[in-house]
Design a protein around this ligand. Structure first.
Ligand code: NI
Length: 214
């Protein structure tokens, strides 16, 4: 969750069924925006329930946004490389190398490209990489003066620690938060190992439910 002024935004709210998270989604109030990086179940998560209860705007990639709009949700549909203006600043959709399929109970339908977000919120820049492998495109983010980057380190489906460390060399953020690890045994990773290997950027390892201010 990112909070700034009147904005209370969630990114990929995988809460129900998340073995590490014991929050009741019904207790989340005043959520103005829900950002969704791709259609996989552990990222769409509780988006529908939360957006319905809070009348939140869902920001996601065009194909997935159109599916949610058909279900009656308020969406801001974007696509890779595009920038959209918001009352709090702007959002640029960044590429992610991953799958974007949405499981309909029987098979996967196309949910469009997976993405990341570069969120410029009241003068602070947050880059959420989404689920992605290491890309050369991440070098372009060095020009954005990112304040906080969130990058996956769990491996197997995304970057592992070695590649995540390389990505920080590309992105050059002021601070990095490792994510997408230890939820399930297949994506086990030691964030302390990541912290030791990152040079020149502050690493903030966050526990579930923890918050901090910049
Ligand atoms: Ni995924």
């Amino acid at each position: 969750m990112i909070e700034s002024g009147k904005v209370k935004a969630l990114i990929d709210p995988f809460i129900s069924g998340n073995p590490l998270c014991h929050t009741d989604p019904a207790e989340l109030t005043g959520i103005s925006h829900v950002f969704v990086t791709h259609g996989h179940g552990d990222h769409v998560g509780d988006t529908r329930q939360i957006a319905k209860a809070n009348n939140s705007m869902i920001v996601t990639v065009f194909e997935l946004a159109e599916m949610l709009a058909k279900e009656g949700f308020t969406v801001n549909s974007m696509h890779i490389g595009g920038r959209s203006s918001f009352e709090f600043g702007s959002v640029k959709m960044t590429p992610a190398l991953h799958g974007g399929g949405v499981f309909n109970g029987e098979f996967f339908v196309s949910g469009g490209n997976p993405c990341g977000f570069l969120i410029d919120i009241n003068g602070k820049k947050v880059y959420h990489a989404g689920d992605t492998g290491l890309t050369m495109d991440m070098q372009l983010l060095a020009d954005e003066n990112v304040d906080v980057a969130l990058v996956p380190i769990g491996g197997k489906y995304t970057m592992d620690i070695a590649d995540a460390v390389r990505s920080i060399g590309f992105i050059k953020p002021k601070l990095v938060i490792p994510m997408h690890y230890n939820t399930f045994p297949v994506i086990e990773a030691d964030p302390e190992e990541f912290k030791k290997k990152v040079i020149g950027t502050e690493v903030k390892i966050m526990s579930v439910g923890e918050s901090f201010e910049i």
